[in-house]
Each structure stands twice: as C-alpha cells, then as structure tokens.
Ligand binder design. Sequence first.
Ligand code: NFS
Length: 656
Amino acid sequence: MASNERSIDYATIEMLDKAENDGVGTAFGRAASMKPCPIGGEGSCCKMCAMGPCRLPSAKNRSETAQQRDERRGVCGATIETIAARNFVRMIAGGTAAHSDHGRSVAHTFLAAAKGEDSNFSIVDEQKLLQVALDFGIAIEGRSARDIAIDVGEAAIEEFGKTHGTLRFLNRAPLKRQQIWKEQEVEPRSIDREVVESMHRTTMGVDMDYEHLFQQGTRTALADGWGGSMLATELQDIMLGTPVPVRGKVNLGVLRPDTVNIIVHGHEPLLPEMLVVACQDPELIALAKAKGAEGGINLGGICCSANEVLMRHGVPLAGNMLQQELAVVSGAVESMVVDVQCVMQSLPKVAECYHTEIVTTSSRAKIAGAVHIDFDESKPLEAAREIVRRAINRYPMRQKALVNIPQHSMDLVAGFSHETINYLLGGLFRASYRPLNENIINGRIRGVAGVVGCSNPRVKHDDAHAKLVRELIKNDVLVIQTGCAAMACAKLGLMTPEAAHLHAGPGLAEVCEAVGIPPVLHMGACVDNSRILMAATAMVKEGGLGDDLSDLPVAGAAPEWMSEKAIAIGQYFVASGVYTVFGVSWPTLGSEEVTRWLFEGMGAIYGGRWAFEPDPEKMARLMIDHIDSKRKALGLDKARERVLFDMEMRRELEAV
Ligand code: NFS
C-alpha cells in the first residue's frame, strides 16, 4: 500500500517512505501484513482457561436458528453473550487500571509534595486545592494550604482502596445523574476494588449473566472517569498548574537540525515536567553546544505526555501514537524517553538503525533493548538531568546521511481546561458558563462534541478525525478534544483561532471570533477527559439546558480508537448520559444481543448509549442528529431558526 493511502499527514507519509528506504519496519507495515483476527475482533474468543481457548464465531452470512445459536457455547458451556460481555468488561478493567494507576502515582507524589518531602513539586494552584477539598468534604476554614493539601492527598490515596462508602467525586455530577447511579447500584466503592471485582467476575465460572456483567463494567468505568482519571487531572493541576491558553507547535517538523532532540513519550507528566526544567539548564545547554549541537537542546513529545507538557509549558508536540516510530526514523532524535502506556515494543528495534537511545523510566515498564533509568520519585530532577546528559552524549553519533526532518509543523493554541473555558467565555471577574449556554440556546452553537481517542493503523491515519471534526464544526458544533485525536486535528490547523473563520459554520465562527478561541479546543491528555465531564456538568448546573448530562445537546466519538483505555472512557461517558460513537471496529459484534444492549439497552437506563460507525461522514451525521434531537427535546429547535434569520439581517445591514 502506498504511504499516502496509509495517512493523510504529510510528515507521516514522508517518514513512511524513509522507513522503507532505510529498511525499517513500522506498525503501518505490520498492520498491512497481519490481518486482525476476525474471531477475537468481534469478541467471540474466550481464553480465560485451558479448556479452551474457545472460538465461537458469529453466523454473520449464514442464517442461524435460535437452537443453533444456543448450541454455540464454549467447553464450560459459556454462551457467546457471556463471552462477548466478559471480554468487553475486561477491556474496561484494563483501561481503568491504566488511568487509575497513573492517578495513584500522582496522588503519592502529591502527598509527598504537600508534606514537603518532595522538593521538586509543590502546591501551585491553591484555588483548585480549595475546590477539591470542598468536594472531598475537607474543612478549609482557617487552615493552612499545607494542612489542607495533606488531607486532600491522604483522602485521594484512600479512594483507591477504601473499605466503605463510595467515591467522593461522584457528588460533582448533577443530582439526577447521581440518582441514576444509585438506583442502578453502579456507584464505585473504591477504584482498585472495582478493577479486582471485574477481573474476578470475568474469570472462568463466575458471572454468567451479561447484563449483570455490564453492571460491574459500568461501575468500573465510572471508577475511572469520576475516580482515577479525575484524581489524576485534579491533583496534577494543583501541583503543576491548571492549564491556561498557550501557543504551541505540532508535528515532526518540530524536531530541529543541529540540536539535541529529546522526545518524551507516554503518559505520566511528572518526569516530563522535570525534563522541561533539565532541558533549560544552562550547564547542560553549554554541554550540548560543546558537543557540536549549536541549537542546544530541544524537547518534544509524543502521546499524552506530550499533551501534558504542551498544556502547561508550550512544549511542542512531535506527533500522535502512530508517529512514535517515525520520530526515530527521522534520524534526528538522540533520546526517546518513555514511561507507561501506548509505547511500542518495536522502538528499540527501530532505534538500532539510527543513533537513538530508548530510555524506559517507570518501575512498572521495561523494554528489552532499552536502557532503564528509574524515575526515582524522591530525586526526579536528578534522573531528568542524567537522561538529558546521555542524550547530549549521543549527539556526536548522529549519522548525517540518515537525517531527514520532515518540514511539516503547524501552530496551535492549547490549554482549554474547564476552568479556562469558564473564564474565557464569562470573563475574569464573572467566570461562568452562561455565555456558552446562551449561545447554545440561541442556536449560534448547535451543540458540543467531544472527539477523542487514539490513532490506529487499521484505518487511514488521522483521516477519520479530520473528516469528522471538519464536518462537525461546519455544522456549528463546538468540538473539544483530548489525546491523539487532538493532535490529529491540530496538525490540520483546526486549533488556531483563524480556523473559526476558515472552517466553522457562521454561528460557531461568530462566537469563536468574538471570544478569540479556535472552533476545536484542546483539553489535554486522555485522563483529562474528566475535564469534559466537568465542563458538561457545569453546563447543566448553569441552567437552561435540562437538569442532567443526558439532556445536553452533546455527543462523543473516538473515530480511530485502539486502546482498552478508550473503551473504559466510552463506557463512563455512556453511563454519564452521553451518546458515544466509535469507529474502526466494534468488539462485541459476535453477539447481536450484547451489542443491542450496549447500543439500545444502555440508553433506556442511562440516557446515553454506544454506537458504531466507521465512516466519519456518517458518524458526523449520527452525532448531529443526536444533538438536534436533544435540542428539540429542550424546545430549542425553533431558536436555531431565529438565529439564522438574525444572521441574514446582519448581512443585509452590512451590505447597506
Ligand atoms: Ni489515549 Fe494517550 Fe493516544 Fe489512545 Fe494512547 S496516547 S491515553 S490511549 S493512543 S489517545
């Protein structure tokens, strides 16, 4: 397959051609040469025990009687419904574990910083500290920030393994939503417990009622969105600063010639924060220059680590998940520093062809062929300095003949935390979601869509993101993004304020231009999908758009998803009342009944439901139709017509 059929991104296309010339394999090539397993892909493979693995492929093209379907069972008698649901719940548990283990390590560092045991980190955002303390029920009156922070840190750590009660952040949701969770008995009790119980209930011979399995899957997903992920976001903000709008650049063109290029890749922001400091150290910059790197040191990022340091420091984004190997293929990266999640094991293999060193840093993740420098949480800056020094020492090994930095990069504005949206739209002294709600009510903004998730070589890289988001903003839907999806659209220039006038519909463009924001807002990393929950909750609480998240004219999508984490995110969005569409493939198609339950059954209970649509234009249509149906239910369909009339009048006035 030609490179330009694999991606719409010029930098990626160039690097794929270079990889081929250099004899280097990438995920794109491996995906093309290895077909996905059709049985596992539809959730019909059970490998929970050694009586199997049992494969129960669906009938698809042949008609199947009820009796034949009933006979389609694993050795233990498990039905396809049970198997598909178990596999799905295990994906939720995997995703929740990943986000939440990240949250846990942040909570431990936070407590150490609060106690003054960690001199590298401190309490930066006291206002947010007070907000979290209030939500946690911790007294703030007359107490020092230090004492409050210690209590918040201890309470946060407790959330992972407490033995009674339910998660504290559930009380942030609209009351109606809390009531639904209570009635459905899906309030998470503690984060670890829900992951463990999901693993238990999906092991051989335990829970064999798919609806009952999904109840636990939902409880586990809520422990992610309103638990582990939300804790990660909030504590990071308090410790590292809540993001505010910041200019940045994106794509492999951010790599620099004659400069030591270090790429930070993975998810946890604490080491990247320290790398930002180390890369600015005059002594290390002088060392780089002494080694011949006249430009000094350049730090860039891949995946969510990148989003974190972009949001807080404007560190450039080198690219999204599928560009990790390609950054090395440029021949211009001295060191790729990774921690956890979405890291490809192929990196050391790719690096063999160049001079790049792959450095693992988390005690939880090593790769054969990579160097391991433990990010000792008590001396993080020292670890960061050592990593930078090693990278500098590799610079003289750079093979000039193998260097080719693609000349493609794009400007963007990032840093749209839910607090920032509050200030930007409402003004510094009257921070409020009122203007956003009003513009939705009067129809200038049709609704809001969260477009999130991964890149996946099973589909054309960045293509579905681009088509979906362009279609949405053209139809006056404000788009908010996180993760690799955000980078895909940033590369196309959709995260610049100018994009409003170039690509958005007239109503959305008018609002964006008045406030000076892009029509597509970067809200951060994937754990920051919790920011989207908070923004949506703020819209409900502001009033005029119903009294629950499921009343809002909003929708979610992950058009190029690949990770279990995306499934966990989707499930907590659906269980929070959001209509959520995924592309690529759908992992329960082996059971029509289970799929129907997720696509329709959940809607009856939670007001939000899943959908699957790989075609991005059809996906946009589904989301817009959903938004319009919510507008209609709120009685806002007429308001929108009025605004179009207003626009006409204004044009006439201008013509005079
Ligand atoms: Ni999200 Fe971030 Fe990207 Fe997907 Fe991976 S980096 S946590 S999982 S691939 S968006």
